[in-house]
Design a protein around this ligand. Sequence first.
Ligand code: G4F
Length: 324
Amino acid sequence: MSRVLITGITGQDGGYLAERLLAEGDEVHGMVHSGDDAAAGFLAGHPGIALHDGDLGDSAGLSRVVEAVGPDEIYNLGGISSVAFSWEQPVLTAELSGVAAAVVFQSALQLQERAGRRVAVVQASSSEIFGDAAESPQDEETPVRPVSPYGAAKAYAHHIAGVYRSRGLHVASCILFNHESPRRPTTFVTRKITSAAARIGLTGTGVLSLGNLDARRDWGWAPDYVDAMVRAARHESPDDFVVATGTSHSVSDFVRSAFPRVGIEDLPAHLETDEAFVRPVDAPELVGNATKARREPQLRPTLSFEEIVDRRVDHDLATLGEGG
Ligand code: G4F
């Protein structure tokens, strides 16, 4: 049994991770900040998890949580997760998604040295670090070249993970490409599309407004990526691992797969573009080469793109059909 601390436990990945580790008999602790409205509901739905007050923006408090829990494993999933929002709050993004990682690593190293045992850390890195990528697909050696405040913050966290690894901390940086589930909020494009498809499919009316339809992303299934993080934490040697499916689709491909699922073929009648959703800079294509992760910690995607779209649309249809 491992004692595990998760930052960002109330998010999509944090929830799947906590459920998986609890089911395996691990002792699960999560850090939540006082403004996290999801915390009370999360605790009610997950008895057995210990929640600790802490804020990624408060270095001393964050260190105290690591110290108090004394974990064997730390998953640093917290921070700003929306690339679009990072353009509105670049400094906050740098603090929560960048600098806080250094505090986590420093606290873990101090705990490791004091306790005389390994403290394994997983940093949830992001394909956004590649930004306007120098090559396609991207792998662990692709130059880091972010084009968004979010990508720049994650790039710092990714680099400082390497620094602490060289100091003897078992820190794996999992470079996660887009990964989706019904738990995604509608601020992300896939959920925005599937919830609109369900609504328009049921009512026969409505228009979906999107930004850049040409952006290509490598969309995987979130529980697979959580599995990858656990395997990376427990892999004998810490490293950087690209976690991806290896296939990219455009935003308009996603729309073209989702709408027919609800019986809508006349896309132009229900789709428009709106400049308000276009970002100042948007990486044109992010697609990962996960050969290394598949070879070493043996990561495997379980769902295809089409299965992911279908499951998501079906979930939103069922939710709406139940009056949700
Ligand atoms: O769904 P998105 O907002 O996800 P994004 O920006 O790729 O970020 C997600 O994946 C990253 C991994 O690469 C994570 F690190 C990050 O935390 C997050 O999970 O946007 C996907 C694409 C973008 O190109 C965006 O410009 O969809 C495009 N898009 C087009 N119209 C839109 C919209 N995105 C959103 N959110 N809303 C739109 O209306």
